[in-house]
Ligand binder design. Sequence first.
Ligand code: GTP
Ligand code: NA
Ligand code: MG
Length: 303
Amino acid sequence: EDDADLAPRPAVVTVMGHVDHGKTRLLDSIRSANVTEGEAGGITQHIGAYQVPVEHEGEERRLTFIDTPGHEAFTAMRARGAKVTDIAVLVVAADDGVMPQTVEALNHAQAADVPIVVAVNKIDKEGASPEKIRGQLTEYGLVPEEYGGDTMFVDVSARNNENIDKLLEAVLLTADAALELTANPTKDARGVAIEANLDRGRGAVVTVLVQTGTLRVGDTVVVGSAHGRVRAMFDENGDTVSEATPSRPVQVLGLSSVPRAGDTFLVTEDERTARQIAEKREAAERNAQLAKRRKRITLEDFD
Ligand code: GTP
Ligand code: NA
Ligand code: MG
């Protein structure tokens, strides 16, 4: 690859943590603090991924957030070899403390070598003890900067929109310190499906994250074993877009069927090629499933 074609791209951030510690509320809070005025009633509709502008040292930067249903999707994506996350925000409720899924989430992030920023959430609540969280996480190797470690902890209240700007700042500082985030926007797009569903009127609706290249309306694509021509694309505000560059999540219409989260996508030369690749992938998957079933039958025979 030609280095001259590499351009900076936004960091892709996944929010992780124990059940009910406030991941979704935090994502809503980040988005509503940053979306432009005029969104219908200020209501944040559920979306799988979005990008927000962040003011940082006098510059406008952008961050991409992925709203996955916790670490399960993260694990599923990793199992399929998709590395989507540059940075993990680990949410820990300050009144509840480190819980089993907190530990699982940080283990996943550490195993994937993904830098972690800790959001100590719910500091508005009675009994909140941000210091206790710092102490607990230190035992797992996440040592706060103020204790001489290299992990940034930010105390937030997703409910009161408190310190959300500080959290975004910490994410950008961590990204700049730990990562060199570039991609080549000049070639055909590749990336990962973040979520997908079947919409009655619109057919397969797939949120994809572009990781390299530029995706355009009219491109033919394969996503997992789904294929088709991109009929339309929408950003997180529901506005149509004609192209998507690296780290941009977009909703794509036009696929033949519904892929799974974690499926990779690529742009092909034409529709025939897309269909052929999709059919090959489908056959490979069918064979893998048959092999699994055969194995099970063989094992049961010995019972
Ligand atoms: P799962 O997706 O089920 O794992 O939960 P989650 O981590 O996404 O938590 P969610 O955002 O759904 O929040 C759980 C509950 O905590 C909700 O009732 C939120 O309103 C509440 N909550 C989230 N953040 C805060 C906060 O900063 N302060 C207070 N007081 N409540 C919060
Ligand atoms: Na919840
Ligand atoms: Mg949630």
